[in-house]
Design a protein around this ligand. Sequence first.
Ligand code: SF4
Length: 475
Amino acid sequence: MQGKKFYQEKLFIQFQLSDYIPQDNFYKKLKDIIDFDFLYTLTSKYYGSQGQKSIDPVVFMKLMLVGYLENLNSDRRIISTSRMRMDILYFIGYDLDEELPWHSTLSRTRQLYGEEVFTSIFKCILKQCVERGLVSGKKQAVDSVFVKANASLTSMVEKEVLDDALVYTQELINNEEEVPIRKLPLKDRKVKRSNKTHISPADPDSRMSVKPGKVTRLNYLAQVSVDTRKHVITHIQAFQSDKGDAYCLPELVHHVHNNLKETGLQLREILADNGYSSGKALKFLSENNIIAYIPNSGKYKFNRDGFTYDKSNDSYICSQGKLLTFRHFRTDSHNTYKIYKTSVKDCKNCPLKGNCANSVGVKALEDTISKHLYDEMHLRMKTLKGIKMRKLRSSTVEPVIGTLVNFTAMSKVLTKGIKLANKCMVMAAVAYNLKKLVLTNKTPLQKLRPKIITYLKGITDFLREWLFNHTAYIL
Ligand code: SF4
């Protein structure tokens, strides 16, 4: 007989939220793992002793995490999604009929708390990952990604115009007059913008940057360090996107080293791509006894065709036996170079002069002052271990960055300023590490399962062989 469901809403029901959350629910497991009670002490300095009660700091942080775990890039969506999900309500400690905090409270609280609150949570979760054996600390793979800033290129203004605007705004405040605001954006003017000449008043910390094949945008640069054992993030930091990877490396390594040291681990090896290669970066790593696996950039040459280096005299000898002696240094933003030259007299009658000497009639070569470090790296990257480390880097850090950008709400920051961008990136990394923690938090029976399966398989194989042998004997 065909049934038909009638719905009559009940006025009163007996309901307990925890009864409806399955044991294997992600948020149920997460609630059991994390303990954010230390936040009450850590954030107490941001509140007075009187007045209206604030949002609970633990509820705030849990709502932030929900945003990153559910890939929600807006405070409104965090609240609306949480309202509709029983498991999230259970996680944040709200009942079905309780009113959730207003979405703008999240934004204000995010601005109120200092960066140390967010980094403390990151370190707390990292410590738990270390205790669970998910982090070795020894090898760290690093890479970076552009994260779109909350500002548009069309809003950029010339730097002097912005200075004028700030003075003008101050005048308005001082005189308290209602004067129409001057139009500043330059979107209709055909002006070539650059980070040197233009700035975004919407987010002055953001910078123009572009990846090959992509459009130019205002971005921040997220630098990420990932442990090679189980791909746990050991540090994440926001930089201005016009800073090169090599420039960021020393600061990044310094923080990774400190984070690991606090958990009793020691950083020994850094794996990175050739964007991180520079004389300063290699010198920093060498001075701190960290073994790096960073391919040299394309300009580097191990040998120079037709020229032999004479280490004892610090000079080059050309194929015609003429000496290129060291003359002077040249410095740019990344490196300091040593310049070697012949004299005009040496090259004057040389048959190779047309292809070899410059317009002045001399041959000049330049090497960075860190050439010995580049040479060491060149030889290290050619070893079997170097080839293996190159593959390990890409298979470790690139999937993590992909997950952060595509599934952990880190494709764009909806805040303004580098400090808030950093807080957002840190929370995205916390959400990522928490997923690792929950997924590896197995019951004793689950941990034993692979061993039991191997044991049973062994018995089955033995019995099959025994039966085969004995049956054959009987026959
Ligand atoms: S041009 Fe000068 S540096 Fe070049 S091969 Fe001749 S002598 Fe040597």
